[in-house]
Design a protein around this ligand. Structure first.
Ligand code: DXP
Ligand SMILES: NCC(=O)COP(=O)(O)O
Length: 251
């Protein structure tokens, strides 16, 4: 079974900083600590309204942190110019609505196909690994393939927020099918949004996934036990889920 990378999303450190202005807590310090705790990458979403991560944070993350940066961005010319300037390891195109509390659903890669073509090709041309943050939906996966994106990240928010076990297993099944469908079409499969200690295992055990991006829960847990311990525990749960699943496959 392939290694499952953990990308730590440090947006939520910046959310706390911005509640008061000033520089504390510093998301770049969070990224440094995440690296020490075993994160394989850092994710940061520069929202158009700059509600958490700032332009200066992106500049410092690319200059001061050795881990690969996954730059989450809306498909706008402003964000494209910033990505091309900083050349992060990866750029994940996400849908954005100013008024939303969080990223409420996946990118409509099928509906926005013509609009996205130029963004995918300019990012790829600059050597940036393009990822599309989409719902677990075959139509969206087909669109990602046709746009030439090498990576998709499946939105796990609905699975994490499910209110009943039946609802949760229905979402899980959709994610499982989409992960297989995408991997069969040559896409590198990632997942993320809303994952917690309770929900990560069933996603981590799917062998198609290469990377999970997790932030909000980790920063929340950090209040009680520290960021280092939250990341190490998440990492251990991911590894256990993988080991248990490969034991089942081998048995
Ligand atoms: C796209 C995504 O899911 C992440 O960027 C993360 O959720 C960021 O947090 P906010 O949605 O609170 O901006
Ligand atoms: N793309 C999803 C992500 O980076 C992390 O989402 P969350 O764990 O902060 O909800």
């Amino acid at each position: 079974m392939n290694y499952l990378r953990l990308g730590v999303n440090i947006d939520h450190v910046a959310t706390i900083r911005n509640a008061r202005g000033g520089g504390h807590p510093d998301p770049v310090r969070g990224a440094r600590l995440a690296a020490e705790a075993g994160a394989d990458g850092i994710t940061a979403h520069l929202r158009e309204d700059r509600r958490h991560i700032s332009d200066g944070d992106i500049e410092r993350l690319t200059g001061e942190i050795d881990l690969p940066l996954n730059f989450e961005m809306a498909a706008t010319d402003e964000m494209l110019a910033i990505a091309l300037k900083h050349r992060p390891h990866a750029a994940c195109i996400v849908p954005e609505k100013r008024e939303e509390v969080t990223t409420e659903g996946g990118l409509d890669a099928a509906g926005l196909h013509n609009h996205l073509t130029r963004f995918c090709s300019e990012l790829k041309g600059a050597g940036i690994r393009v990822s599309l943050f989409i719902e677990a939906d075959k139509r969206q996966i087909d669109a990602a393939v046709s746009l030439g994106a090498p990576v998709v990240e499946l939105h796990t928010g609905a699975y994490c927020d499910a209110e009943t076990p039946a609802e949760r297993s229905a979402h899980l099944e959709r994610i499982r099918e989409a992960a297989r469908y995408g991997a069969e079409r040559g896409l590198e499969m990632h997942a993320g949004h809303g994952l917690s200690f309770d929900t990560v295992g069933q996603i981590a055990e799917m062998p198609e996934f290469h990377e999970l991006n997790i932030g909000h829960f980790l920063v929340g847990e950090a209040i009680f036990g520290g960021l280092d311990s939250a990341i190490r525990r998440m990492r251990a749960l991911m590894d256990k889920a993988r080991a248990d699943a490969s034991g089942r496959i081998g048995a």
